[in-house]
Design a protein around this ligand. Structure first.
Ligand code: CA
Length: 229
């Protein structure tokens, strides 16, 4: 098996060092860039399996790099994990909406770094469930064709919007979605949904799911996700 290649874009030498050391020890092929421009050019030329992208970079910042990677046909699906400072929730939200896959908040432990990198690589290579495929996760079964949800085999009655929110999150377990992304995904022609009302939908959804409601997790300051198995 060829080594998975990871590009780190980070201008702080000590963090670069920490990330490089730990990823190399896990057997990843690590390449580095210390500016946004260099990151973009190495992403293009080296085709990494994943990009670890610091948001606070001089000149071309991480959000701009993220945006440009997503605008490039060859890199539109390249997994991107942002490195962010604590308290930068608005940047995390912006990054996710620009197409980043996940984020790690500094300071982070090597354990968290490796776990997150593995999870994103694994999710990236998994074939996503199609729109009409029945999902079975934890003790929850979601059947989009029949608009039916079962928890422990028992049907749960959800509104149209609650169903759409649940289905959207559960199709990609472990991924964090912002309120805006959820609104964008579930808005129907006759169902105006606002970012605030997503919170209301989630409350209703959790209540109706009973014990399984805990799988619908709040990611504080950022959005929501359905817990991975
Ligand atoms: Ca930095």
């Amino acid at each position: 098996m060829t080594k998975e290649r990871i590009l780190i874009v980070e201008d702080e030498e000590d963090i670069l060092e920490l990330v490089r050391y730990n990823l190399a020890r896990e057997g990843y092929d690590v390449i580095e860039a210390s500016s946004g421009e260099e990151g973009l050019s190495k992403a293009r030329s080296k085709k990494p399996d994943l990009v670890l992208l610091d948001l606070m970079l001089p000149e071309l910042d991480g959000l701009e790099v993220c945006k440009r990677l997503r605008q490039d046909d060859e890199m539109v699906n390249m997994p991107i994990v942002m490195l962010t400072a604590k308290g930068e929730e608005s940047d995390i939200v912006a990054g996710l909406e620009l197409g980043a896959d996940d984020y790690i908040t500094k300071p982070f432990s090597p354990k968290v770094l490796i776990a997150r990198v593995r999870a994103v690589l694994r999710r990236g290579s998994a074939v996503p469930a199609s729109e009409d495929q029945t999902l079975s996760i934890h003790n929850v079964v979601i059947n989009p064709g029949r608009h039916e949800v079962l928890v422990d085999g028992e049907p749960v009655s959800l509104t149209y919007t609650e169903f759409k929110v649940l289905h959207y999150l559960a199709r990609r377990p472990g991924w964090v979605f912002t309120r805006y992304q959820i609104v964008d995904a579930v808005r129907g022609e006759h169902y105006p949904v606002t970012e605030r009302s997503v919170d209301v939908q989630i409350v209703g959804l959790r209540k109706k799911l009973g014990d399984a409601g805990e799988y619908v997790e709040t990611v504080r300051g950022v959005g929501y996700r359905f817990r991975e198995e």
